[in-house]
Write a new protein. Structure first.
Lengths: 120, 106
């Protein structure tokens, strides 16, 4: 059974940093692109970052580029999101998600999410 | 960026009714994917590659469309279908989602 379990969320002040983790199990982690997707309270879904199988390629939308860094440790089957210079608009539930294997067009498994609140 | 606009934003239907949710793209996309999210839960892949049902999805659900217009259709709605549905595309960068359609049961 595929499982994605996020951790590391919490309350952080604007301008500070936070690092999220996602522990994966039930599949060969190193064979899949992985992603982070967020959802602000009462709002829709927003893709935040994607990383290739080896970690050599990363992708971000303009809203987080330069502030967020996605990384992975295939030996530990773990995904990470380093979030710097946090803003109030980064307040959201952050989901770890697995990309569909062949083309990466959609997200076939999601974690339960972790809440990040950016506030003074 | 391809913007996805869903309609309606909210809808209510009685058990047994047919429901259609529409997703319009600001530019042509090759495929549309759909997710179901129930209150307090994480999203689940529901329909992929426009018309293929994810594992465990009842066959009262279907998907169709092409170009800039796509639909998720429920032929005969049941109480367990109450949720928010999101469309999503990746034909062009970046991955984008629609704003969601909240489906309620009367």
């Amino acid at each position: 059974e595929v499982q994605l379990v996020e951790s590391g969320g919490g309350l952080v002040q604007p301008g500070r940093s936070l690092k999220l983790s996602c522990a994966a199990s039930g599949f060969t982690f190193s064979n899949y692109y992985m992603a982070w997707v967020r959802q602000a309270p009462k709002k829709g879904l927003e893709w935040v970052a994607t990383i290739s199988t080896s970690g050599s390629r990363t992708y971000y939308p303009d809203s987080v580029k330069g502030r967020f860094t996605i990384s992975r440790d295939n030996a530990k089957s773990s995904l990470y999101l380093q979030m710097n210079s946090l803003k109030s608009e980064d307040t959201a539930t952050y989901y770890c998600a697995r990309h569909e294997q062949l083309r990466g067009y959609y997200f076939d498994y999601w974690g339960q999410g972790v809440m990040v609140t950016v506030s003074s | 960026e391809t913007v996805l606009t869903q309609s309606p934003t909210t809808t209510a239907a009685s058990p047994g009714e047919k429901v259609t949710i529409t997703c319009r793209a600001s530019s042509s996309v090759s495929y549309m994917h759909w997710y179901q999210q129930k209150s307090g839960a994480s999203p689940k892949l529901w329909i992929y590659d426009t018309s293929k049902l994810a594992s465990g999805v009842p066959n009262r659900f279907s998907g169709s469309g092409s170009g800039t217009s796509y639909s998720l259709i429920i032929s005969s709605i049941e109480s367990e279908d109450a949720a928010t549905y999101y469309c999503q595309q990746k034909s062009s960068d970046p991955w984008t989602f629609g704003g969601g359609t909240k489906l309620e049961l009367k």
